[in-house]
Design a protein around this ligand. Structure first.
Ligand code: SF4
Length: 331
């Protein structure tokens, strides 16, 4: 059996009671030494390591969303949050000494609410503190409604080389039903800005939306494909507990109608030469998301930022961590 330990940031007192010889037995360095002690498993080699950074705010909370995202009230404490993320990363370093980072993913929430200077600071910090692979995939999530051409040009210049855009739909009525802050025009404009600045980008679309017909789902997919995105993620809308939609369910297509949409998507994507390599992900040849694949292939990931999760391997154990979810508690 693989021993899995769940600890939270600042909860180092839960680490194994092993005498590491260090003055402060609760320090990150002492935790790392404790994790190196003999254990129940023996790994011949450690898996690839990715870095996930969570940005926890959105302009508004969407009614279907159960992610760790919080409605932005007033000015966001960008600098204070980046300071906390830096401290988080510094404290985590003893757990990953000497290991290279293959991919970085800045997710949320809506990381594109970050200023160009803030994102630049974040990536400079990552580069200063961690050895990145020379061709590391550096992805960032962005939402239409936060797109300004200059800002995205700057994100690219700072090192982001893959953009993932939360389009969800190109249909104005469906966007409204989903409580999104953008309309169909902004959705198209966002893709155009992404295309102008990034070779590699992903579009997120959703289907089985409130009152959506098969023809409307087809039209959404056709619009997305007209931009020839290297990667498309196509998600079935689901009703998650503790969301507004769970409390006030919208009228949804029935199971047969949803299944027809799913079949249409599989056939259309295959016809356009996309590989269906993961439950909801389709990629042009050579464009699979390396960060995503690392999760599916049981790779390691260090998650920093509010609510982020980590899975880290040591020669004789695997540990899992979760950071505090509330931005204020985390900071
Ligand atoms: S923009 Fe995305 S993360 Fe933010 S509330 Fe909506 S679905 Fe959730």
């Amino acid at each position: 059996m693989i021993p899995i330990k769940l600890v939270g940031m600042g909860a180092e007192k839960k680490t194994p009671a092993i005498d590491t010889g260090l003055a402060d037995p609760r320090s990150p360095a002492a935790s790392a030494l404790a994790y190196l002690q003999p254990g129940a498993i023996s790994l011949a080699a450690l898996p690839p390591l990715s870095l996930y950074i969570h940005y926890p705010w959105c302009v508004r909370k969407c009614p279907y969303c159960d992610f760790n995202s919080h409605e932005a009230k007033g000015e966001l404490p960008e600098q204070a949050y980046l300071d906390a993320v830096r401290l988080d990363l510094e404290q985590s370093l003893p757990l990953i000494w000497g290991r290279k980072i293959h991919t970085v993913f800045i997710g949320g929430g809506t990381p594109s609410l970050m200023s160009a200077a803030g994102l630049d600071l974040l990536l400079s910090m990552v580069r200063t503190l961690l050895p990145l692979e020379i061709d590391a995939e550096i992805s960032m999530e962005a939402n239409p409604g936060t797109f300004e051409a200059e800002k995205f040009k700057s994100y690219r210049a700072s090192g982001v080389n893959r953009l993932s855009i939360g389009i969800q739909s190109f249909n104005a009525d469906h966007l409204k039903a989903l409580g999104r802050i953008h309309d169909d025009g902004e959705a198209r404009r966002a893709v155009e800005i992404a295309q102008a600045n990034f070779d590699n980008f992903n579009l997120d679309l959703m289907y089985a939306l409130p009152t959506q017909t098969l023809a409307q789902a087809e039209a959404d997919l056709a619009t997305a494909l007209s931009f020839a995105p290297p990667h498309l993620s196509l998600y079935h809308l689901t009703m998650e507990p503790n969301t507004v939609f769970a409390k006030y369910p919208p009228v949804l297509p029935d199971d047969d109608a949803s299944a027809d949409m799913q079949d249409m998507i599989a056939a259309t994507m295959a016809r356009h030469g996309y590989q269906h390599y993961e439950v909801s992900a389709f990629a042009q040849p050579g464009q699979r998301a390396r960060h995503n694949l690392n999760y599916w292939q049981f790779g390691d990931y260090l998650g920093i930022g509010a609510g982020a999760h980590s899975k880290l391997s040591f020669p004789h154990r695997i540990i899992r961590q979760a950071r505090f979810k509330q931005p204020a508690s985390y900071m």
